[in-house]
Write a protein that binds this ligand. Sequence first.
Ligand code: CA
Length: 235
Amino acid sequence: MSHKILIVEDEELIRFGLQENLEMENYTVETAEDGEMAIEKIDSFKPDLVLLDLMLPKKSGIEVCRVIRKKRPQTYIIMLTAKTDETSKVLGLEIGADDYVTKPFSLMELLARIKAFLRRAPEASSVAETASEDDDIVEFADLRIDFKKFEATKNNEPLKLAAKEFEILKYFWQHRGEVIKRDDLLKNLWGYTSETMPTTRTIDNYIANLRKKIEVNSTTPKIITIPTVGYKFNV
Ligand code: CA
């Protein structure tokens, strides 16, 4: 069994190019050329990861993203955007994509990010069989997080987190009390190497969004910024 990737893209050349390259990497690939077809395939194909174009016929990438978040919250969503200024929207609270690349994107970089995520993700069809870890469900402060089911609550109220945010929180939890370097986060969660390291603002945007969701007040923050280095998870 291999991980399943759904490519949602109306531009034929990009769609075929991506499909060909991902199949060469031994992923199981299906494609959709508009938003409605994409939503149907979420139910029938149950992808682990979706490459989602923002500008689509019939339903926009943003609408499709919301539907995926609702139906299958564990699905990893990488948005394909045309402009950099769309990225803040895409990663924003209500849309909830996990990552994005700006067109024209580097195929190598996209493949590295896909690999980095899927290496850690159980295959959708085999979730029930994966060995359970002690850290699957953690509780601290006002939060309860089930990393396996991708469910979270804050003060017993459901808390909506993107798949990437679950990953970041899991990494923070596993390294709680330690200084967590931004570079290590980029390497371990995004698959960057020292040669392809992007600006640290990439991470800062994610952390800013996550803070909005999990912090209660600024006097006892859960995520502490260590200037120029990274973060510390204070729980
Ligand atoms: Ca398009």
